[in-house]
Design a protein around this ligand. Structure first.
Ligand SMILES: [Zn+2]
Length: 85
């Protein structure tokens, strides 16, 4: 048995998480005026719930500059890119 073969399960990210995360970013970026806003929000919400539940989150803290004088820390998952308060 080689100890190096043992992988940390938390590092596993499955293709569905990658795709969902990508879809969410694309949807948020591309569609500014959806035909059916409620349905659109529902779809985004479903993706968020899915990511929240199924991603093995690896949360990091990042520093964001809002303007010259204001900045704040955000915490987000490097896999699904959901933000956490
Ligand atoms: Zn995550």
């Amino acid at each position: 048995m080689d100890d190096n073969e043992i992988k940390n399960e938390n590092d596993v990210i499955t293709p569905d998480i990658i795709l969902m995360s990508r879809a969410k970013q694309e949807l948020e970026r591309i569609i500014s005026k959806p035909i059916d806003e409620n349905q659109y929000k529902e779809i985004l919400n479903s993706i968020n719930v899915y990511l929240h539940k199924n991603c093995n989150h690896t949360i990091i803290t990042d520093h964001i500059d809002i303007d010259y004088e204001t900045s704040r820390n955000i915490r987000y998952c490097v896999h699904c890119e959901l933000t956490f308060d």
